[in-house]
Design a binder for this molecule. Structure first.
Ligand code: FAD
Length: 362
């Protein structure tokens, strides 16, 4: 039994069915509308470290295979990281030194503008991370769920809220369900089902503001990261360059640090840009979006692309589970395991994490 049909739950169902198990996925909504469809669709592989990097590398292969089998877009377009200061260039050089040219290709300013539609204004250079992927996040979860239901021994129950779980038993609003093992993948709502496991791991909700922008004729190609991303993704955040950048920004750009901005862009198949993000953390967040933060993202995007003609098509908030560690894996009882990606990298890592959890059940 898997609770939740977001990408983490679906990854567990895929891993289980590939190991010959029968699986029931139980989802409260009619289709996935959580973090797994609200994100950038960015498999940010190269900028991870440690266990997350191993999961991400494994997940890369699964995304490519599932994209083919389930019929949704997975682009091997890589990521461009734009450097607009000496510190950012230094951070990219350190990463290139560490990882080598197969994973990190340094770009001149001219190469950066021609690879990722970035404005030349104030640009020092950049790097291409060719192993990263861009997944069609608006279609992936639904397509994987549909593909799963075609596999022997799998069913996905939509519109079925889970009220509680215990060994061998899932109580739902539609009655009880029975199975040998229950894996709870309810994302940030883990605390609604197993509050003690969420609390023990210090889970909070991280709320992100996001924009969908229309920029006529713009062809982005790769995902696009900026200096703000260098302060977040561990392989870059650990560099001397990123440390120096944070120090300077604490004086010069405190608004970026206060909102934990990770200014990044991906392009949807229809050409619109997904732009974000800002981060606020709370166990129970306040419900308001901040116009000031949206304006900050817009201003940063206009400057990055050198375009004044960006139209806002949609605004939304995304929420994910956040804790000090990157992954929560708690055996709540012999037959119940709680799993969450607790660092905003579920699209990158879920398909690497899930096989390890499913194998530990066997
Ligand atoms: C704005 C934003 C941008 C992001 N960008 C990226 C990115 O580019 N790359 C990346 O790697 N990661 C990114 N992430 C993180 C990534 O999206 C998440 O880590 C991942 O989607 C979490 O998947 P999930 O399945 O745990 O959660 P969700 O997608 O939220 O799914 C949880 C599911 O559980 C269901 N559920 C909850 N409670 C119950 C219940 N009681 N009964 C039945 N069903 C229940 C929910 O309805 C939901 O469908 C981003 C996240 C956000 C919010």
């Amino acid at each position: 039994m898997v609770v939740g049909a977001g990408i983490v739950g679906l990854a567990h169902a895929v891993a289980a069915v590939e190991r010959g198990m029968s699986v029931t996925v139980v989802e409260r909504d009619d289709h996935a509308v959580g973090a797994s469809v609200r994100n950038f669709g960015h498999a940010c592989i190269t900028a991870q470290t440690g266990e997350a990097l191993r999961f991400a590398e494994h997940a890369r292969g699964t995304w490519l295979r599932l994209g083919e089998q389930a019929g949704f877009g997975v682009a091997e377009c890589g990521t461009v990281v734009a450097a607009r200061s000496g510190e950012e260039t230094a951070a990219l050089e350190e990463l290139a030194e560490l990882r080598g040219p197969d994973q990190v290709r340094l770009l001149t300013a001219d190469e950066t503008t021609s690879t990722a539609a970035v404005s030349a204004e104030g640009l020092h250079g950049g790097a291409l991370l060719p192993r990263d992927l861009r997944v069609d996040q608006r279609r992936a979860a639904a397509a994987i769920a549909a593909w799963l239901t075609e596999q022997p021994g799998v069913r996905v129950l939509w519109g079925t809220p889970v009220l509680s779980v215990e060994d061998g038993l899932v109580r739902t609003g539609r009655g009880p369900l029975h199975g040998d093992h229950v894996v709870v993948c309810a994302g940030h709502d883990l605390d609604r089902i197993i509050p003690d496991a969420a609390e023990a791991d210090g889970i909070r909700r991280c709320v992100l503001q996001m924009l969908q922008l229309r920029a006529a004729g713009l062809k982005l190609g790769p995902a696009l990261l900026t200096g703000t991303s260098m302060l977040r993704y561990p392989a870059l955040a650990g560099t001397e360059g990123a440390r120096a950048l944070r120090e300077r920004w604490s004086e010069q750009r405190p608004e970026l640090l206060a909102a934990s901005v990770n200014h990044m862009l991906t392009q949807l198949p229809d050409g619109d840009l997904v732009v974000g993000d800002t981060h606020t953390y709370a166990r129970t967040p306040e419900p308001w979006s901040s116009e000031e933060l949206d304006e900050l993202l817009l201003a940063e995007t206009r400057a990055l692309l050198g375009r004044d003609d960006l139209a806002v098509v949609r605004r939304w908030q995304g929420v994910y589970a956040s804790a000090d560690g990157e992954f929560l894996r708690t055996r709540v009882s012999p037959g119940v395991t709680a799993v969450a990606v607790t660092s905003g990298i579920g699209m990158t890592t879920a398909f690497g994490l899930a096989p390890t959890v499913v194998e530990s059940l066997a």
